[in-house]
Design a protein around this ligand. Structure first.
Ligand SMILES: [Zn+2]
Ligand SMILES: [Zn+2]
Length: 337
């Protein structure tokens, strides 16, 4: 199979490597879509890390080979792969929070990821995709859509809420689409023309370009002097974290998924005074997949529309360059399966 190997800062090479073999209880999936994530780009821009040189944790495709003892799947089934696998029996695995398992394993990290044509994982991680969802939808579920679903459910959006989304990468765009489906009025704050336009495609009522507006809080408050009810913070940037606090009104709620900033950026007194609720959220709980798939179908989200660039696995460098440029929404590696 072909696999895109990270070889140097901003350099990848597509190489021919042996097809993976499924062990007992495992499945090999032939990918129709392998998403490139912002977290892959952080690695791409630096020296290769000690983990897998084949990055990517957004795999969707068809079941290609079954390991011994796997009976609930069949060759040809369309699946997305939940991208953390664990021991299966500790309290975190039993609770669906597999990312906390001591025996955690993930494609693109501990083993070859979705920048290769085939991925081998525990069969329990292969989640059948309903016919109404595309393989691109499946790749988005593996990361951005799942992360967003879990985060937003923690703050219970309603049609009474105006919501501000900070950051319009794929995770923020999923937020725009889902918050609209919950009935919220949505204000999308970000940069880059392709992403701002995509926020409008997914229904944003107002888009604020931070390269043209140096005080987005004042812009939001010009329409909402008392602040807004809900925020979704996807950037992890201190400036956006402060803006999030300042756009929220009394009893405001925020879901925060952005990571990276290690400095205190938020005034805790403001949280106390306004009686805010901030919820941190990591990846989707394993058990949330079914409700997410149902929501995407029932609300016709068609998240796959955010794929702006598609490359064959042989063109890994072009794919990473397109993702690195920022002039894209979602970049995927793709093959006919
Ligand atoms: Zn991702
Ligand atoms: Zn476990």
């Amino acid at each position: 199979m072909l696999a895109v190997h990270h070889v140097a800062p901003r350099r990848v090479e597509t190489r021919e490597v042996p097809d993976p073999d499924p062990g007992p209880g495992e499945v090999v999936v032939r990918l129709g879509t392998g998403g490139i994530c912002g977290s892959d780009l952080h690695v791409f821009r630096r020296d290769p890390w000690k983990w897998s040189p084949v990055l990517g944790h957004e795999p969707a495709g068809v079941v290609h080979r079954l390991g011994e003892g796997v009976e609930h799947l069949a060759v040809g089934d369309r699946v997305t792969l939940y991208h953390y696998q664990g021991c299966g029996h500790c309290r975190h695995c039993r609770g669906g929070e597999i990312h906390w398992c001591k025996e955690i394993g993930a494609p693109g990290w501990h083993f070859s990821g979705s920048c290769g044509e085939q991925v081998v994982m525990k069969a329990a991680n292969a989640l059948p995709l309903p016919d109404a969802l595309t393989l691109d939808d499946g790749a988005l579920i593996a990361c951005g859509a799942g992360t967003t679903w879990s985060a937003l459910r923690k703050v219970t959006p309603t049609a009474e809420d105006t919501a501000v989304v900070f950051g319009l990468g794929p995770i923020g765009l999923c937020g725009v689409a889902m918050l609209k489906a919950f009935g919220c009025r949505v204000i999308a704050i970000g940069r880059r023309t392709a992403r701002l336009r995509m926020a409008e495609v997914f229904g944003a009522d107002r888009v604020i370009d931070i390269d043209r507006d140096d005080d987005p809080v004042a812009t939001v408050r010009s329409d909402y002097p008392d602040g807004v009810a809900l925020a979704y913070e996807t950037t992890g940037q201190p400036a956006a974290q402060r803006q999030m606090i300042n756009t929220l009104g009394y009893f405001g709620r925020a879901a925060c998924v952005g990571i990276g900033n290690k400095e205190p950026a938020v005034n805790l007194s403001a949280i106390t005074g306004k009686q805010l609720t901030l919820r941190g959220s990591h990846v989707m709980n394993f058990a949330e997949y079914d409700s997410l798939a149902r929501f995407m179908i029932d609300h016709d989200l068609r998240l796959h529309r955010m794929v702006t660039h598609r490359f064959p696995f042989a063109e890994g460098q072009a794919a990473f360059d397109a993702a690195d440029s920022g002039d894209s929404a979602k970049v995927v590696l793709s093959a006919d399966v």
